[in-house]
Write a protein that binds this ligand. Structure first.
Ligand code: GLY
Length: 322
């Protein structure tokens, strides 16, 4: 058994570890862990308390993947529901589809009785309002819902560098491998923008025969590079988990233009090895790790790899924080 999750999984991984040690199936254990993170308003990029989009609305994305059936479930741009990871799980369990977005995802969530709640908490609301007052032109403030957003979209930010999204990977006592993700995506994003978290193959992928991978950071990069599926495929082709992640980093070196920022790639193989690389990250980048020999989950530093010397630095909204 093994669990790897990112830094935002702090409060969730003890739940996942306890459940796995008590014999729970992997998907149940990682869904339960992510639900804890989604409930924590202090995690500003997942679930309740997440950052809003340009219009001031919190839109959530999430996914699950069962590596033994290769079934997936994902939801995107979902508003008003507190546990998108569980809705994604139910997409997998109850529909012949893999991915629902927007109104259709909300309709499905209502139909299954998913929990609702106010996702925009005061700290995020005040930060957004401060940004709105300072940056939105007076002529647009009056009719913001219908204002042109393309230029404002350039303000989309990674609001808390190194802290975003939550991703969990695990292999359970049956040797089944699974992955799950949940995020509010980038702050001040264009409404309807999906990051990589709900995009199977980009932000996550699991295949019990080989391993699993999930990413955090600039989803635009992993969508373009097909990162999570690539890592698992490289393992299928015979690479170690470390070589597979490094090859996926090499794929990112080919990305030109667009948003080139930071991404953290988390991966496990089917023998219980793992590797985590923070692309364009900093030495502070860490992740959580647990195997049964440990009394409790522990943090480990990610391996930092820079892929571009002239990488534009992510913009910061620190000055707008409440
Ligand atoms: N990796 C999360 C996002 O890009 O939204």
């Amino acid at each position: 058994m093994i669990i790897v999750c990112n830094n935002e999984g702090t409060k969730g991984i003890p739940v996942t570890a306890r459940m796995l040690s008590e014999g729970a199936r992997g998907l149940d254990a990682i869904e339960a862990g992510i639900r804890v993170v989604e409930d924590d308003p202090d995690v500003r990029t997942v679930g309740t308390g997440g950052w809003p989009n340009l219009l001031g609305a919190v839109e959530l994305d999430a996914s699950v993947m069962c590596g033994s059936t290769l079934r997936t479930g994902a939801v995107g741009a979902l508003k008003g529901f507190t546990h998108p990871v569980s809705i994604a799980r139910q997409v997998m369990a109850r529909l012949p589809h893999e991915f629902l977005v927007g109104e259709g995802a909300a309709r499905f969530a209502r139909e299954i009785g998913a929990e609702t709640g106010d996702l925009l908490r005061p700290h995020s609301r005040e930060s957004w309002q401060k940004w709105f007052d300072a940056r939105v032109k007076a002529e647009h403030q009056k009719s913001w819902a219908d204002a042109p957003l393309i230029d404002y979209c350039q303000e989309a930010v990674d609001p808390e560098i190194g802290k975003d999204t939550t991703v969990f990977l695990c292999m359970d006592s049956h040797h089944d491998i699974s992955s799950a993700t949940s995020t509010s995506g980038w702050g001040w994003k264009y409404p309807g923008r999906l990051g990589d978290s709900p995009v199977i193959g980009a932000g996550s992928y699991a295949d019990t025969r080989y391993g699993a991978c999930a990413c955090t950071g600039a989803g635009e990069m992993t969508i373009r590079a097909g990162t999570a599926r690539a890592v698992v495929l490289y393992m299928k082709m015979g690479m170690s988990v470390q070589q597979a992640v490094e090859e996926a980093v090499n794929d990112m070196r080919a990305l030109k233009g667009g948003l080139i920022s930071r991404v953290t790639i988390h991966a496990i193989d089917n023998r219980g090895n793992h590797h985590v690389v923070a692309v364009n990250g900093t030495p502070e980048n860490y992740y959580w790790f647990w195997v049964p020999a440990m009394a409790r989950p522990e943090t480990r530093p990610a391996t930092v790899i820079q892929i571009s010397d002239d990488t534009p630095k992510p913009r910061s909204v620190d000055s707008f924080k409440a």
